[in-house]
Ligand binder design. Structure first.
Ligand code: ZN
Length: 147
């Protein structure tokens, strides 16, 4: 195993155990449940918006280390971003996992979430890694249609 892969595993481990993002927000504008029946992963995302900016986010739920850490890492990245930026980052993450990214430079915007790149080699875990990102996508889409 290379040093880089070890670093990535550290990021995943760190976020899967006692994530500081695993809590409830005092007030939240939107929430969304996500479920991955293949593995039994369940998460609930809570989002607080300030205009178009994702001011705060948190999650609750349970599941495997990949699903829980992917959720926590996603929250770190999306907090403080605009909805438009968040959608772009989510799209890039999904493309990375599905190996559809042509330009590696695109991945820079994923920050720590690049740690999940090798999940694409483990088909059984792909749904775990994508759960939070698809759930957030649903949340943002529902928000738009509720306008
Ligand atoms: Zn899982």
């Amino acid at each position: 195993m290379g040093d880089l892969e070890e670093l990535y595993n550290d990021i995943i481990m760190e976020h899967s155990m006692n994530s500081y993002n695993k809590k409830h927000l005092d007030s939240c504008d939107f929430s969304q449940m996500g479920h991955n029946p293949n593995c039994g992963d369940e998460i609930k995302l809570e989002v607080k918006l300030n205009g178009d900016i994702i001011e705060d986010m948190a999650f609750s739920g349970h599941g495997c280390a990949i699903s829980q850490s992917s959720t926590s890492v996603m929250i770190d990245i999306l907090k403080g971003k605009t909805i438009k930026e968040a959608k772009d980052i989510i799209k890039t993450f999904i493309e990375m996992i599905k190996r559809e990214v042509k330009d590696e430079k695109e991945l820079e915007k994923l920050e720590e979430a690049i740690a999940f790149k090798n999940i694409s080699n483990m088909p059984a875990r792909v749904k775990c890694a994508l759960l939070a990102w698809h759930t957030m996508e649903d949340l943002l889409n529902e928000k738009e249609s509720s306008k």
